[in-house]
Ligand binder design. Structure first.
Ligand code: SF4
Length: 362
């Protein structure tokens, strides 16, 4: 049930269009996942969608490899596996500059971005694994709260949580949970647009909903399987609108990523800002996060097997090398290019959205 996507941002408060929904070809459940109440809740959802379900006899996922890496990719990206999060995922890692901590309701993403941030970060076939032990995952977060301080928790590092929400309901559950916490805020980001189920939740202003957007030539060429930028902005508008106008009344944000100095980049990004302006033509609590394109030797290698025909520029000779504290290498744009990009984005945002906060440039 895929949508028809238009390129215009709706400025109507109530208008909705069919959202982009990922429908997996099969849904696998491990025995451990079926033992969980949340796993049973996911089972009911996928049963109601009449999706082919397989109950596995063991907790390890097997048989997801094809004859080539590309076959494996195709099989995995059409499969939802409902599993339990491993014990290691209960030890949280910091995720600067986005948030204090990251946690995961799933790993893997149904979209097909040719620059995907997950390439090289997750091991094995890129199957979408949704976690059936969500209540335990949420309960564990209290160990990372701090009295008297607000701690932020990012839930989109290893998945697009909205992209699988119609199958899991897990993002809504996270939002409800954070609505009850006084010292913890949730952050999520998406390239999907099915937000109807999130508008009436008791979030208490503790969740910031963000959409990841990009200039039209980048989004059109490199972001397969996602909702259009216009649909994402329309979804963000609905999340941000006050509840008395039929919206969600959430704090919202734009993640502009990955920023690339394509031909006529100023013109294309100015058009993107025009679209954002049109979508968010009312007072709202708005932030921006600005992320320039980068890659590592590992991510490049994986992306080239996933997208062998891609025209994405990943030429080490055109980049500067940056090393992190563990000595790992990443390739970023050269200093003058970075400076020009950063200055353009910061001045456009402060001119067009004087009340919005830029959280970081990287
Ligand atoms: Fe990867 Fe994010 Fe695109 Fe999903 S939406 S394919 S996680 S870059």
């Amino acid at each position: 049930m895929l949508n028809t996507i238009t390129d215009q941002v709706s400025v109507s408060d109530t208008q909705t269009r069919s959202p982009r929904l990922w429908i997996p070809e099969r849904v696998l459940f491990t025995p451990a996942a079926l033992d969980e109440d949340w796993g049973q809740q996911i089972l009911k959802r996928v049963q109601s969608l009449n999706l082919p379900i397989e109950e596995l006899s063991q907790n390890r996922l097997k048989g997801l490899r094809g004859e080539s890496e590309r076959d494996t990719y195709n099989i995995a990206k059409r499969t939802l596996a409902v599993v339990t999060a491993p014990p290691s995922s209960f030890k949280l890692s910091p995720i600067p500059p986005s948030a204090d901590w990251q946690f995961h309701l799933a790993e893997g993403c149904p979209a097909h971005c040719q620059y995907c941030y997950l390439a090289g970060s997750l091991s094995g076939p890129p199957v979408i694994r949704a976690f059936a032990n969500l209540p335990q995952i949420l309960e564990n977060l209290a160990n990372y709260e701090q009295q008297g301080k607000t701690r932020s928790f990012e839930v989109s590092c290893y998945t697009d949580p909205l992209g699988i929400e119609h199958l899991t309901g897990s993002l809504a559950e996270c939002i409800r949970y954070f609505g009850t916490r006084s010292n913890a805020h949730l952050r999520w980001v998406s390239k999907f647009d099915a937000v109807d189920g999130l508008l009436d939740l008791p979030h208490n202003g503790h969740t910031r909903c963000r959409m990841s957007v990009n200039a039209a030539p980048i989004s059109g060429k490199f972001e397969g399987g996602t909702a259009s930028v216009a649909s994402r902005l329309n979804a963000l508008r609905r999340l941000a609108l006050p509840q008395e106008r039929g919206g969600g009344g959430y704090p919202v944000g734009l993640v502009i990523a990955p920023i690339m100095p394509i031909d006529d980049w100023q013109m294309h990004y100015s058009r993107l800002f025009d679209q954002i302006n049109e979508a968010l033509d009312f007072d709202c609590n708005l932030t921006f996060e600005l992320i320039s394109h980068r890659f590592t030797p590992g991510s490049k290698e994986v992306l080239q097997t996933w997208y062998p025909q891609s025209k994405l520029e990943m030429d080490e000779a055109k980049r500067s090398v940056k090393r992190n504290k563990f000595g790992r290498t990443k390739y970023v744009y050269e200093k003058d290019t970075m400076k020009a990009l950063r200055s353009f984005f910061e001045s456009e945002i402060s001119r067009r959205f004087p009340n919005a906060e830029i959280l970081y440039w990287t």
